[in-house]
Design a protein around this ligand. Structure first.
Ligand code: MG
Length: 248
């Protein structure tokens, strides 16, 4: 008997490089995995990003797609497949809350003792409904620059420290390569996975979670509080090895 019923994945740094689509090998492996297990994908990314990063790359049989759950924006959006995708949404962050958060990010580099980036590519803060997403170099920055900017996560840890004192009713988490995810307190991947367990009836013992940011302050770390078995990976190649093991 298999040890797990459901395998849950983070996206950026786990299934794909930051904000890139699934590669062909990973897409094939996910379809193979869905023949044997239920699969859930949870990320701070919005549904639109799930579509081009994940769904558009998958060519699994419809009967296997029924084994896939998508949890955009930490599960504040919950999508399941039955001939077509059905998604339910939590209440979005209000305009007043958004104004508070945006103000907190003004001059954030200076407030954190960091130098301002040379160039910002596109929006600094993206509205994802129940989450606001800050990208230090802008939402459209080239991946080469992003991957170099905060390799040890220390810059963002400093920014998060400052934000915590300014925004006590929100939580901030480090994600992707340059991102900080801001949600109402209590909204994180643990929230999303709890919702998943309720909806599917699958218990925590039967779930394996795979992510790249399980360190303290990382956006996968809240999963550890659920008592779900977690596997840390450094990159998508390591994730592929783990999937191969599960398919043995
Ligand atoms: Mg990640």
């Amino acid at each position: 008997m298999e040890k797990f019923d459901l395998i849950a994945f983070d996206i950026d740094g786990t299934l794909t490089r930051s904000k890139l689509p699934l590669d062909v090998e990973m897409a094939t492996l996910l379809c193979r995995l869905m023949k044997r297990y239920k699969v859930a994908i949870i990320s701070g990314a919005n549904h639109e990003q799930f579509k081009w990063q994940i769904i558009d790359c998958l060519s699994c049989l419809p009967e296997h797609m029924k084994n896939l759950y998508l949890l955009p924006v930490d599960g504040t959006v919950f999508c399941s497949y039955d001939d077509d995708w059905q998604c339910e949404n939590d209440a979005p962050i209000s305009r007043e809350e958004k104004a508070l958060i945006t103000t907190a990010f003004e001059d954030i580099f200076v407030k954190s003792g960091l130098s301002n980036p040379d160039k910002i590519y596109g929006e600094l803060i993206e509205d994802r409904g129940a989450q606001l997403n800050f990208s230090a170099l802008g939402q459209n920055a080239p991946i080469e620059l992003k991957e170099k900017w905060d390799t040890d996560n220390k810059k963002r840890a400093r920014i998060v420290e400052i934000l915590k004192s300014i925004l006590p009713s929100f939580s901030m988490r480090i994600g992707g390569t340059t991102s900080i995810e801001v949600t109402r307190t209590g909204i994180d991947k643990a929230y999303g996975l709890r919702k998943l367990m309720e909806r599917t009836g699958i218990s925590k013992e039967r779930i394996l979670y795979i992510g790249d940011k399980l360190f303290e302050g990382g956006n996968d770390a809240p999963v550890l509080t659920l008592g779900i078995e977690c596997r840390v990976v450094n990159d998508p190649e390591e994730t592929k090895k783990t999937i191969f093991e599960l398919l043995k």
